[in-house]
Write a protein that binds this ligand. Structure first.
Ligand code: UDX
Length: 453
């Protein structure tokens, strides 16, 4: 099939490359010419394991093409995916400017029947708006072309996106047109070979499914974070509680990790957008509003622990805090809504210095933090260390922010010898409190029971 993908961000690029991998001819379009030039030169704008070789292989085979020209993307396409960004508006709702402008660009050029697919995460009702935008352009041109708009949300986790795409646990397609649904089924057949993964439904249910999945996962995390904070007060250990409840198959072991609050490009944005959609329709989502509130508070929990440790905010003045990890989660350089940003903001405000090490995200973090705080403040207060070990030099305490694999087995005697205050704050409950206590280190996790030193 001839596939076009509009938008070469994270979702568009991964989807395009995976569709090409199974033999389709895929054209990826982006209005950002610099990005397209980069991709044509074989450079990948984001860090995603396996993506560079996948793109390279399929580009060399001539199945994966790049362009900035809508004429190329619309002329021969059987299926056109919309995978452009939907950043949050001021009020939390998803901004549809890019989606609708892409829809108009398609309508201005469509000459043969095609299926238009909403891949971006968009509020319920967006497919209707996309359909109307395309129809308006066709009417303006005075032409009649049959087209359908279907919803096909993505469930890709950053850092595991290719695996998630190639071996999905489900493929959700919402369509009000049986022929379009059939075409989608055919397109996805290679990803659904041994087990039927295809779930067909109406358009609105598919649009809502995406939000429902992310909202449920986000709520699990906020639930565990709240219980973690309660565990601390009660002298219980959230890690024991997690194991104890996760074995119940109705609950399951995944996504029960207390931590620094969820970040990334999806959960925070999608939770807010769903709350907004509901309120636009006269409903208040109490549970989800609380999920969001709990998460905002959780991003400050580590800072509060640091304040307590240093005997007040003033105690942090002039201190050097080592951070391990900056990205919102491992295996990505994505800094969107990363909890590290909230922590660094608070540390800067308290007059502390930060020495951070991240295996991949350091460059992106520096860019984002400089935009947020200014180059000067970053020059003065932020040092990026070349290794986990180097970040400890001259540090007062260590904060584990992102659970990259290389942080899993730290050299405890070295930590004890390097850190002036011999204290580690574990934002991901990665470590064993007893082992740290035995090494003479103060250990603070999230909702952990203190071990005797
Ligand atoms: C998520 C969804 O998983 C994916 O299906 C959707 O398409 C996009 O949003 P992603 O944002 O890549 O994917 O990250 P994910 O691995 O789901 O983690 C989200 C956040 O939750 C991270 O900040 C992570 O650290 C946090 N998290 C996750 C926890 O705090 N505890 C957990 O138990 C799991």
């Amino acid at each position: 099939m001839n596939i076009s993908v509009i938008g070469t961000g994270y979702v568009g690029l991964v989807s395009g490359a995976c569709f090409a991998e199974v033999g389709n001819t895929v054209l990826c379009l982006d209005v950002d010419r610099r990005k397209i030039a980069m991709l044509e030169a074989g450079a990948i704008p984001i860090h995603e394991p396996g993506l560079d070789s996948l793109v390279q292989r399929n580009a060399e085979a001539g199945r994966l093409l790049f362009s900035s020209d809508y004429d190329d993307a619309v002329a021969d396409a059987d299926i056109i995916f919309l995978a452009v960004g939907t950043p949050p508006d001021e009020d939390g709702s998803a901004d549809l400017t890019h989606i609708l402008s892409a829809a108009r660009s398609i309508g201005q050029r469509l000459v043969k029947p095609a299926v238009i697919v909403d891949k971006s995460t968009v509020p319920v009702g967006t497919a209707d708006k996309v359909r109307a935008a395309i129809a308006a352009e066709l009417a303006r041109r005075g032409v009649e072309v049959a087209f359908s708009v279907v919803s096909n949300p993505e469930f890709l986790k950053e850092g595991a996106a290719i695996e998630d795409f190639m071996r999905p646990d489900r493929i959700v397609v919402g369509s009000d047109d049986p022929d379009a649904a059939q075409q989608m089924r055919k397109l996805y057949a290679p990803f659904s070979r041994n087990h039927e993964k295809f779930v067909e439904m109406d358009v609105r249910s598919a649009e809502l499914t995406k939000y429902a999945a992310n909202a449920m996962l986000a709520t699990r995390i906020s639930f565990m974070n709240e219980l973690a904070n309660l565990s601390e007060v009660l002298g219980a250990d959230i890690e024991a509680v997690r194991l104890g409840i996760g074995m119940d198959p109705r609950i399951g072991p995944d996504f029960l990790y207390a931590g620094m609050g969820y970040g990334g490009s999806c959960f925070p944005k999608d939770v807010k957008a769903l709350v907004k959609t509901a309120s636009d329709n006269g409903q208040h989502l109490h549970l989800l509003s609380a999920t969001d509130m709990v998460n905002d508070a959780q991003k400050n929990v580590l800072f509060s622990k640091l304040v307590r440790f240093f005997g007040g905010v003033e105690g942090l003045h002039g201190k050097n805090i080592a951070l391990w990890g900056l990205s919102f989660k491992p295996d990505t350089d994505d800094m969107r809504e990363a909890p590290s940003r909230i922590l660094i903001r608070a540390l800067f405000a308290a007059g502390a210095r930060v020495t951070a090490y991240d295996p991949v995200a350091a460059g992106e973090a520096r860019r984002v933090l400089a935009a947020e705080h200014g180059e000067r403040l970053c020059d003065e207060r932020l040092a990026l260390a070349p290794s986990a070990h180097a970040a400890l030099e001259g540090a007062d305490v260590l904060v584990l922010v992102t659970e990259w694999k290389e942080f899993r087995a730290p050299d405890l005697p070295l930590l004890a010898a390097s850190l002036r205050h011999k204290a580690v704050f574990d934002g991901r409950n990665l470590y064993d409190p007893a082992a740290f206590a035995a090494a003479g280190l103060v250990y603070e996790g999230i909702g952990r029971r203190a071990a005797a030193m």
